[in-house]
Design a protein around this ligand. Structure first.
Ligand code: ZN
Length: 132
């Protein structure tokens, strides 16, 4: 397993990690298989979405904020309940196929670490799984 860290900026930050994940895949000898991207946190997640128009990232962040506002009638005493909810909405892992030794991503797709309680330093684990 390979691990890299990401320094996020701001409370919410959809942070493009496509290059780091691609580098982890290229550092292996696996040419056919899949890549598991896993975030070991409870207030950050991972998702795949558009990397061409930066407005999409902003729209995702603001739509999630409308759905799950930071201030709400929450019970979690730490005060970051919204971050936990949003992280679960995004999920904590993404699986991307590998072919020809490279990630199979659509033209407009990027992989994002989703920070919801930043800024912090976050870990991302990458496990390259060869097909058998
Ligand atoms: Zn908490």
């Amino acid at each position: 397993m390979q691990t890299f860290t990401v320094k996020t900026t701001g409370r919410t930050d959809l942070h493009d990690i496509t290059r780091e994940v691609a580098r982890a895949v290229e550092g292996t000898t696996v040419s056919e298989g899949a890549c598991l991207v896993y975030v070991p946190h409870t207030t950050a997640g991972v998702t795949i979405n558009e990397n061409a128009d930066p407005a999409v990232r902003v729209d995702i962040e603001s739509a999630l904020e409308r759905l799950v506002p930071w201030s709400g009638p929450y019970r979690h005493s730490e005060g970051n309940a919204a971050a936990h909810v949003k992280a679960s909405m995004m999920g904590f892992s993404a699986m991307v196929p590998i072919s020809g030794g490279r990630l199979v991503l659509g033209t407009w797709q990027g992989i994002y670490l989703c920070e919801f309680d930043g800024p912090r330093t976050r870990k991302v684990h990458v496990r390259v799984l060869p097909s058998v």
